[in-house]
Write a new protein. Structure first.
Length: 355
C-alpha cells in the first residue's frame, strides 16, 4: 500500500535565542554595521540578508533595547509587548496576531458592548521572523512597522536603530484607566493585567500554534489521496481519491479533483489532518486494473479479490480464523450493524457472508 501520511513534528525550543533550524539560502550581510541607540551592536551573530531584506538577531537586538519577548517553550510562539500592542507570532510563519491595547478593542461586538478582553487583528507578514542556524532573526521591517523602532540607513552600510526602552507599565495603566472610564467597571489594574493582558491574550497562543503547525504541514504537499478508513470524508468522496491542494489557511484547505471538482474542508485538529490522507499514490506499483481500482475507491468487495485488495478497501479485519483450507476475515462497521465475513482460499476471496 502507498506510504501513509506521516508528518514528523519537531518541537521548537526558544531558549536564549535558540530555535529549530530551517533551510534558508541567505546572503552574507557581514558588511552591515548595526548601531542601537548610538552604540555599536556587538553579538555572537551578525545581520543576514533574506529575500532582499536585512534581518538582525532577534534576542540580541531586543535585549540591547531592553525589550524582553516571552517565548512559549512548548509552542514556539513569541509574545512581544509594547506600550500600545501585544503581538503573537511564530518564527518561520507569516502569521501575526496583533492586539491593539485600546479600550474600544473589545471582543464583544454587540451594539452595547462590555469589555470582555482584547480582540486581535490577523496579519500576514511579507517579512516574517525566521530561524537560521538555530538563531531567530527579525527583519528590520518588522521592528519599524510594529515595534515603533526607527531605522536610519547610512551610505557606508550602517544601520542605526533607535527606540525600545519601553515603559510598558505606564502604557498599560493608561489602558486600564480608559477601560474603567468607558465601561464604568471598577476593574483594578491588576485585574486588567492579569486577566485580560496576560491570561486573555495567552489563551490565543495555542490557537496560533495549531494554525501555524497546520500551515507548515500543508506547505509540504501539493497532491494527496483521501483516506476514508481513518477519516470520515462522507459519501460524496471516494476512498483513495487523488486531490490537489489549491490553498490553505490554518486547519482549512481547498482541494480540487478531476472527479469532484473543487471543495473546501476544515479539520478539527492537526491530528485529524494527519489521519485524513495518504502522502503517496496508494495504487502506484500494484499493477491492478482500472476496474479493481474503481471497486476499491467505492469500497466495494467482490469475489476474486485478493487479501491485499480487501485491506485496501476495508482495512484490516477485526479477527482472523482458519476453517480447514479457508481463512475467515470478520468485519463489523459499527455498533448495531451486521458482521461481514470474507472467506479466502490461497489468498483469493471465494465467498462473502453477512450475519
Amino acid at each position: 500500500m502507498g506510504k501513509r501520511l506521516i508528518w514528523v513534528l519537531v518541537l521548537a525550543f526558544f531558549l536564549a535565542g535558540v530555535a529549530v533550524p530551517s533551510a534558508y539560502a541567505d546572503d552574507d550581510a557581514s558588511g552591515y554595521q548595526i548601531y542601537i541607540n548610538g552604540e555599536k551592536f556587538t553579538y555572537d551573530y551578525g545581520p543576514i540578508v533574506h529575500k532582499d531584506a536585512v534581518y538582525v538577531p532577534f534576542y540580541g537586538v531586543l535585549g540591547q533595547m531592553n525589550i524582553s519577548p516571552i517565548a512559549g517553550k512548548s509552542t514556539g510562539v513569541l509574545r512581544i509587548e509594547t506600550p500600545t500592542h501585544v503581538y503573537l507570532t511564530k518564527p518561520d510563519s507569516n502569521v501575526l496576531y496583533s492586539f491593539a491595547l485600546d479600550a474600544s478593542n473589545t471582543k464583544d461586538k454587540s451594539e452595547n458592548p462590555t469589555f470582555t478582553g482584547f480582540d486581535y487583528e490577523f496579519i500576514r507578514l511579507d517579512y516574517p521572523l525566521i530561524v537560521k542556524d538555530w538563531v531567530i532573526y527579525v527583519p528590520i521591517h518588522f521592528l519599524t512597522n510594529y515595534m515603533g523602532i526607527e531605522a536610519a540607513w547610512g551610505e557606508d552600510n550602517t544601520i542605526s536603530l533607535y527606540g525600545g526602552n519601553y515603559d510598558v507599565t505606564a502604557g498599560w495603566e493608561k489602558v486600564h484607566q480608559d477601560i474603567v472610564a468607558k465601561y464604568h467597571k471598577p476593574y483594578s489594574y491588576e485585574q486588567i493585567k492579569d486577566y485580560f493582558l496576560d491570561k486573555g491574550i495567552n489563551e490565543n497562543v495555542e490557537e496560533l500554534s495549531v494554525f501555524t503547525e497546520a500551515e507548515s504541514l500543508w506547505s509540504q504537499y501539493s497532491t494527496l489521496w483521501l483516506d476514508k478508513l481513518s477519516y470520515d470524508w462522507g459519501d460524496e468522496h471516494d476512498h483513495m481519491q487523488e486531490v490537489h491542494l489549491v490553498g490553505y489557511s490554518g486547519l482549512s484547505a481547498t482541494f480540487s479533483s478531476s472527479s469532484h471538482g473543487e471543495f473546501t474542508h476544515t479539520f478539527k485538529s492537526v491530528y485529524a489532518m494527519k489521519s485524513a490522507f495518504y502522502a503517496e499514490d496508494p495504487f502506484a506499483g500494484t499493477g491492478w486494473s482500472s476496474e479493481v481500482i474503481n471497486l476499491i475507491k467505492k469500497q466495494n468487495i467482490q469475489v476474486g479479490m485478493t487479501e491485499t485488495m480487501v485491506v485496501y478497501a476495508w482495512g484490516k479485519p477485526s479477527s482472523v480464523n482458519q476453517y480447514g483450507g479457508l481463512t475467515q476475515w470478520s468485519y463489523r462497521k459499527g455498533n448495531g450493524l451486521p458482521y461481514v465475513y470474507f472467506y479466502f482460499q490461497d489468498g483469493v476471496l471465494t465467498s462473502i457472508q453477512k450475519v
